[in-house]
Design a protein around this ligand. Structure first.
Ligand code: FES
Length: 148
């Protein structure tokens, strides 16, 4: 019979707090058995699962996305080296996109340093999602659609 770990030991060995371990379990990222005293008991493989969760969070995945990745594995298996390779390869594009976004943010910030206007019309940080900004101010698309 494989050795089972108590929640305190899992927390100590993984560096994840006891409440976080409980929370991850409620979110379906981990499973445990209960002993005769109704205490949680985890297989040793939970440590690798927690390492996977931590790494995925550092990449920027939400807990829902991590749960979906783990759910792809057959029968709730803990990620193997090849699983990790496949999943982490699919995250590469996401990391590249984040880097590109941060580089754009840095360039926008350079224009704001020492300015402080926070203008809806010209501040790329304050109104970052304004794709129509380059075409001018106001409800241009609505006016153009109406022909006015
Ligand atoms: S604060 Fe003035 S352009 Fe951003």
């Amino acid at each position: 019979m494989p050795q089972l770990l108590g929640i305190g030991e899992v927390a100590a060995r993984s560096g994840v707090s006891v409440p976080a371990v409980r929370y991850y379990e409620t979110r379906g990222l981990l499973t445990s058995a209960r002993d005769g005293g109704n205490r949680r008991r985890y297989p040793r493989s939970v440590l690798r699962r927690l390492a996977f969760v931590s790494a995925a969070q550092r990449v920027g995945l939400s807990l829902e996305e991590i749960a979906a990745s783990l759910a792809e594995l057959p029968e709730g298996r803990t990620p193997t080296r090849s699983d990790w390779t496949r999943l982490s390869r699919s995250w590469r594009a996401r990391v590249d996109a984040r880097i590109a976004e941060l580089e754009r943010l840095r360039e926008d910030l350079d224009g704001c340093i020492g300015c402080g206007c926070l203008s809806l019309r010209r501040c790329a940080l304050y109104n970052a999602g304004d794709a129509a900004r380059a075409e001018g101010s106001g409800s241009r698309w609505v006016r153009e659609a109406r022909g006015s």
